[in-house]
Design a protein. Structure first.
Length: 156
């Protein structure tokens, strides 16, 4: 689908806003707007932190790519979420869980650290934040392949 069907600048403005949301962690004015909106209009139960807002930005980016460019990565939303849930190792407690999280981060960093345009200190952020950003750039299957051994040997 061509973006020429929309008013001049619509597509560019939309991508600019989505990029701001993806980078909300370093955009204090947008973060303040999001926090003000949440405190005025949303219950605490649905309030998001800055990493969750960044994830929304990456999800919106995938949705726009699907609508305008027929990129089907967003159709794997549930698979991405399942991978994230498994890679959090919520069934494991204590220092072992921290070591597993670090192992996942290191595996992802080893394979993707040379990609240009990644967020600053991406591999020090939460696992869900890392995977959603990488899902915008790399193949989901490739991401899953990098960490599935760590997950499968520790899930059971």
């Amino acid at each position: 689908m061509s973006n020429t069907q929309y008013p001049d600048g619509f597509f560019d403005d939309m991508k600019l806003l989505i990029n701001r949301v993806k980078n909300i962690e370093s955009d204090s004015s947008l973060l303040q707007l999001a926090n003000d909106f949440q405190s005025l209009y949303l219950r605490n139960a649905v309030s998001r932190d800055k990493a969750q807002w960044a994830i929304v930005g990456y999800q919106l980016n995938l949705l726009v790519d699907y609508i305008f460019h027929d990129d089907t990565k967003i159709l794997r939303f549930r698979e991405i979420e399942e991978l994230i849930d498994k890679s959090k190792f919520e069934n494991i407690r204590g220092p072992e869980r921290g070591l597993l999280n670090k192992e996942v981060r290191n595996a992802l960093e080893e394979n993707y650290k040379k990609i240009e345009g990644l967020s600053v200190d991406l591999f020090k952020k939460r696992i869900d934040r890392i995977i959603w950003e990488l899902a915008n750039i790399a193949s989901y299957d490739e991401i899953e392949e990098r960490i599935k051994d760590i997950i499968t040997k520790n899930i059971e």
